[in-house]
Design a protein around this ligand. Structure first.
Ligand code: GLU
Length: 506
């Protein structure tokens, strides 16, 4: 078999939605698994929809997710250019080839004439009015006009389109790796525009020509392109490229968490989670859409989550690094039915990856958050702080829950105080403070010992004291072991806090 070559072919019409990143990921995994090439092609034939900044966004999002490109518009490659607008002069000859072979024709219909046609058909109760085998013979095109008239119109520079001549009543069949055989009757398809008089091809022509010229072996893309695939298959036949036609794999949709429809760009932050890989600022409206990166997700968690939207390994294994995904990925294990997005699961992945990071790596990630809050700390404190907080956090930022390790509590958890603070609490804590004050070994284990033996001697139950000790030292009702926290704070600070708490609450 020839070398596997796959492409991710986004249109730069805005920020890349996470569904787009999932498509890129499945292409990447498939390429790497098969020692193939992963190519980025920018499909910008529709210049009216071009959004400045979108290309850079795509590049950055792929880089952040850890997908290395083998060929792209920036580094180039053997089959460039990789931006369709830069390939503009290459397409015309293919449109001409189809016209000469009788598979395509010139159409001169104006926008008003096309509207009239649709209205006429709607009035006649045609279910889906379209420019097709029946309609084309009543329109203004090179099939109905004389050769002289067509020439005269072209010479006069009249705007035109080139439409594909869809054969009548023919079954088009192709095999999709994920869906099996797909069959469509040409009667349900229309004469799509493949070229415009501004010299630009439309998506369909450019896509097929480029996949052919770039020697793409597998077209892996979203399900929304499935309806276009029969036309593409037909174009391969018209061009005589059937032998090297790529294989198709149409990925399932990503659905909203409630299963109610496709997760779309417009869902933005509305559902309480980002739908974009990285932040995006709309240059025109100034509107911000948040991304996974800036929300503090690890790229590993983001990629792991995306991989499971539509794919699964068929085992219990859920945590995957990129290399492991490459090992285990196969298109055969991608399902047909829509994959429901699950925000809680995404946070769970993040929690798992957070736990796997070394304290040194987490310290680097944590510092900006501590600095933003102007908390005072020394670098040497961070590993211990992180060790205490990481089990309880899904995000690095959540470790700030333990900020009381760097500053005195400014208030005391009301629920704990109202439920646990009793008349004798102040006295017990004052006694304890003096015990701790005399303790030389201020390590966590020893503090626990001192605490236990003091309570035993006084015949006081732990349940009465632990919550109030915690609340005066940290201000909170819950957290890591209070003795670990006191060991972190040191004797002076711990004893101070207990005394201060007693004063304020007692
Ligand atoms: N330009 C199309 C898109 O934006 C590419 C579809 C395909 O991969 O063929 O998704």
């Amino acid at each position: 078999m020839s070398q596997v070559r796959v492409r991710f072919a986004p249109s730069p019409t805005g920020p890349l939605h996470m569904g787009g990143v999932r498509t890129a990921l499945f292409n990447y995994l498939f390429a790497k698994k098969n020692n193939g090439k992963f190519i980025l092609r920018i499909e910008d034939t529709d210049q009216t929809r071009y959004v400045p900044g979108a290309e850079d966004y795509i590049k950055e999002a792929l880089e952040w997710s850890g997908m290395q490109l083998d060929e792209d518009p920036w580094q180039g490659g053997e089959y460039g250019p990789y931006r369709q607008s830069d390939r503009k002069p290459m397409y015309r000859q293919y449109a001409d080839q189809l016209i000469e072979a009788g598979h395509a024709y010139y159409a001169f219909d104006t926008a008003e004439e096309l509207d009239e046609m649709r209205e006429r058909l709607t009035r006649a109760k045609v279910p889906s009015p379209q420019y097709n085998a029946t309609v084309r013979m009543s329109m203004k095109n090179s099939l109905t006009l004389s050769a002289d008239e067509v020439k005269a119109r072209l010479d006069a520079g009249e705007p035109y389109t080139i439409r594909v001549k869809m054969p009548r009543n023919e079954e088009l069949r192709f095999q999709d790796i994920i869906r099996g055989w797909v069959q469509v009757n040409t009667n349900s398809l229309d004469d799509k525009v493949i070229f415009k008089s501004d010299g630009m091809p439309t998506y369909h022509l450019a896509n097929v020509v480029d996949d052919h010229l770039m020697k793409i072996t597998h077209v892996i893309r979203g399900e929304e392109w499935l309806p276009s695939a029969p036309l593409h298959v037909l174009l391969y036949r018209f061009f005589g490229w059937e032998d090297t036609k790529p294989q198709f794999a149409h990925l399932p949709l990503i659905l909203r968490p409630d299963g109610n429809g496709k997760l779309s760009k417009r869902d933005g932050d509305r559902l309480g989670f980002p739908v974009f890989p990285i932040d995006w600022k709309d240059a025109v409206t100034g509107e911000m859409s948040s991304g996974y990166r800036e929300k503090g997700y690890f790229k590993e968690a983001f990629v792991n989550m995306l991989a499971f939207l539509g794919w699964n390994p068929g085992t219990e294994k859920e945590l995957y690094t990129m290399d492991e995904l490459i090992q285990d990925f196969s298109l055969e294990r991608v399902g047909k039915s829509g994959a429901k997005f699950d925000a809680a699961k995404t946070n769970w992945y993040n929690q798992q990856f957070l736990r796997e990071q070394s304290n040194e790596v987490l310290a680097v990630a944590l510092k900006p958050y501590l600095d933003a809050e102007s908390l005072t700390y020394t670098d040497s404190q961070l590993p211990t702080f992180i060790e205490l907080m990481k089990e309880r956090a899904s995000f690095v930022s959540e470790m700030l829950e333990g900020r009381y390790m760097f500053e005195k509590p400014s208030e005391y958890d009301e629920k704990t105080v109202s439920k646990k603070w009793k008349e004798n609490s102040g006295a017990i804590l004052t006694d304890l403070a003096s015990q701790f004050g005399q303790t030389v070994d201020f390590g966590s284990e020893n503090l626990h010992e001192v605490f236990k033996s003091h309570l035993e001697a006084k015949e006081i139950g732990m349940g009465a004291v632990l919550p109030v000790l915690r609340v005066v030292v940290t201000g909170k009702g819950a957290g890591p072991s209070i003795f670990d926290i006191m060991a972190f704070l040191g004797k002076e600070e711990s004893v101070d806090r207990i005394k201060e708490g007693v004063q304020k609450l007692g």
